[in-house]
Ligand binder design. Sequence first.
Ligand SMILES: Cc1cc2nc3c(=O)[nH]c(=O)nc-3n(C[C@H](O)[C@H](O)[C@H](O)COP(=O)(O)OP(=O)(O)OC[C@H]3O[C@@H](n4cnc5c(N)ncnc54)[C@H](O)[C@@H]3O)c2cc1C
Ligand SMILES: NC(=O)c1ccc[n+]([C@@H]2O[C@H](COP(=O)([O-])OP(=O)(O)OC[C@H]3O[C@@H](n4cnc5c(N)ncnc54)[C@H](OP(=O)(O)O)[C@@H]3O)[C@@H](O)[C@H]2O)c1
Length: 361
Amino acid sequence: MTKKRIAVIGGGVSGLSSIKCCLEEGLEPVCFERTNDIGGLWRFQTTVCSVKKRPDFFTSGQWEVVTESEGKKEVNVFDGVMVCTGHHTNAHLPLESFPGIEKFKGQYLHSRDYKNPDIFTGKRVIIIGIGNSGGDLAVELCHTAKQVFLSTRRGAWILNRVADFGYPFDVLFSSRYKYFLLKICGLSLVNSFLEKKLNQRCDHEMFGLKPKHSVQIYLLQNRLKTLPSQSEMNAEIAKAQEEISKRYVESQRHTIQGDYVDTMEELADLVGVRPNLLSLAFTDPKLAIQLFWGPCTPIHYRLQGPGKWDGARKAILTTEDRIRKPMMTRVIESRNSMTSTITMARFMLAVVFFAIIMTYC
Ligand SMILES: Cc1cc2nc3c(=O)[nH]c(=O)nc-3n(C[C@H](O)[C@H](O)[C@H](O)COP(=O)(O)OP(=O)(O)OC[C@H]3O[C@@H](n4cnc5c(N)ncnc54)[C@H](O)[C@@H]3O)c2cc1C
Ligand SMILES: NC(=O)c1ccc[n+]([C@@H]2O[C@H](COP(=O)([O-])OP(=O)(O)OC[C@H]3O[C@@H](n4cnc5c(N)ncnc54)[C@H](OP(=O)(O)O)[C@@H]3O)[C@@H](O)[C@H]2O)c1
């Protein structure tokens, strides 16, 4: 049987993992990437101009993909298409928000066109927007520019990447246990706890940063083989959009907002790879505890079902070792009393965990 050909549009992380999944499923991926960034077998500097259903789509399920490379157009037929073109491909430069900009004598540019700080040496710079791009740029430019201003129209909550004990923020906050707490405590209680924590690091009111909105916590799909029906997907999208608009301030970022663990579990259910914590609690309690307390990494969805990986259990149980390893360039012997306290605390937590899991699953 001839392999089904799949067009993968975009060679970023989504495109690359889509290629891997296609290969695992015995499909033939062809990746189109309009830049020449990645080496290897892919077709480079090829822009996908359009994707259309073929006239016989109803019986063949095939797509017509029009590409352009070095001014030459080409039409190819595929059995499937994966759109991995990214959320931030096009720069958003809302010049209409800055009346009079055309008379500005200085230079202005979008962060996407920024390459290095040289052109700003000794200059006064204003960065508009306090997203990750704004923050990164302010840090980089302040070393060489004369003065740097970081501007925000409605304030923001500043979340540091490094959380308690020097661990990465997402490692500590993306566990099933934390999401379970969020569900039982409610968003407003969790928000006030987080706001208190963030204010301990930097008093948002004092710095004039405190926004009107509270902290907005947001933090596989290429393994999905059968999509739900179009009407089901549209209904889901409408529901998600309504929930998002209630929870977050009006923003262009809505398309990428959602709860990480919830989204992963929902997709894992559809793919059939969600680990069953309750049955694991009896058959493999050590693994069950790690799945509940530890960071919810993609390897959690390689334990069973399509894409199952034999090394998954070991990789999950050693996640923390790999996080700690690069930090431990000088190993300090831990004191016995400390070790026994940690062991005791772990035992107590395990007991609590089993009590919780009986209600959670
Ligand atoms: C400035 C910046 C810094 C970031 N830093 C971090 C970070 O430190 N850590 C982190 O985890 N995330 C970071 N992110 C987020 C991360 O980069 C994205 O989540 C990730 O790149 C998304 O991957 P993707 O494959 O969906 O899209 P992309 O990486 O955007 O890839 C999409 C690809 O599709 C190609 N493409 C688009 N249209 C077409 C077309 N018509 N035809 C052919 N090819 C096309 C593009 O050229 C691009 O190569 C950062 C993002 C930005 C913008
Ligand atoms: N190091 C990193 O990890 C890194 C670095 C860069 C980018 N990224 C990622 O790339 C994505 C994009 O980040 P980003 O920082 O470029 O964009 P962003 O998060 O959308 O932030 C854009 C900022 O610009 C402001 N803004 C938008 N339109 C405006 C207007 N008309 N007038 C005034 N201010 C305006 C927004 O204000 P409001 O909040 O008021 O809307 C916001 O502060 C994110 O997913 C981010 O995580 C990551």
